[in-house]
Design a protein around this ligand. Structure first.
Ligand code: DGL
Length: 276
């Protein structure tokens, strides 16, 4: 039985996991949260699987030290290549990743059976989305087209979501998926929802799947099934209870986070992750 008042732990390599946190707050507004952005080591997506596993277990150990009741791996790269490593150390704490909920949502969304997946190099190379979507599809009735977008994460970390250079790069990355006539696009990296308006400009008729939204629904279900939802309280309307930690403190992180979340947050605390 989980402790209802314990926080939900959320981690990502950087700012991208805030897109997941935003969705968690939408579906689970009464919860307490601990958010960790491993900003000293972002990006994860072009590192080897061995390195990502090490980083992921460092982040998960930190969240476990905060006595969280649930870990949400707010990073598709970790979910794709290191989910089991996180589960292995989170023995008594449930872990929710990004891939399965978003794969199911993509299948539900498509009408023409042509699904695009964009993600980091590591996520795309793992074929995790492709395998998950095809594994859920009856009679192999879908085609999955994947595209790695390695420049998207640095563009988001730099706050260049509206920059013309981002538009040119996005057009380049998305052109193949447009010619493959996908009607559904999985934003298979938690940084990408910050680029959602830009992607919509380029692919206006394509449904976007936000992995954070669907994993937040999975978190709601899991906590409800375990009778571990925090009790309702009114103060959440005034201030969400979130502790923020980063492993490096980029000057723009605080302002960008508040801007994206749409409310004020405490200054993130600097933390050093120890290799266990
Ligand atoms: N936001 C993460 C993801 O969902 C990690 C991106 C990165 O650090 O490369 O994949």
């Amino acid at each position: 039985m989980m402790n209802k008042t314990a926080p939900i732990g959320v981690f990502d390599s950087g700012i991208g996991g805030l897109s997941v946190l935003k969705q968690l707050i939408r579906f689970l507004p009464y919860e307490n949260y601990v958010y960790l952005g491993d900003t000293a080591r972002v990006p994860y997506g072009n590192k080897s699987n061995t390195t990502v596993k090490q980083y992921a277990t460092d982040c998960a150990s930190f969240l476990l030290s905060k006595k969280v009741k649930l870990i949400v791996v707010a990073c598709n790269t970790v979910s794709a290549v290191a989910l089991q490593s996180v589960k292995d150390i989170a023995v008594d704490v449930p872990v929710i990743g990004m891939i399965e909920p978003a794969a199911a949502a993509a299948l539900h969304s498509t009408n023409n059976g042509r699904i695009g997946v964009i993600g980091t190099r590591a996520t795309i190379a793992s074929n995790s989305y492709k395998n998950a979507i095809i594994g859920l599809a009856p009679d192999n009735a879908v085609q999955v087209y994947s595209q790695e977008c390695p420049l998207f994460v640095p563009l988001v970390e730099e706050g260049m979501m509206q920059h013309p250079a981002s538009h040119i790069i996005a057009e380049e990355y998305l052109s193949l998926l447009i010619s493959q006539k996908v009607d559904t696009l999985v934003l298979g990296c938690t940084h990408y929802p910050l680029l959602s308006p830009l992607i919509r400009d380029i692919m206006p008729n394509t449904s976007q799947i936000d992995s954070g939204e669907h994993s937040a629904v999975a978190a709601l279900r899991l906590l409800a099934d375990n009778q571990s939802l925090a009790d309702e309280r009114k103060e959440f309307l005034l201030k969400h209870n979130i502790e923020f930690y980063v492993t490096d403190y980029p000057s723009h992180f605080h302002a960008m986070s508040q801007n994206f979340l749409g409310f004020e947050i405490d200054t993130p605390q600097l933390v050093e992750l120890t290799n266990e």
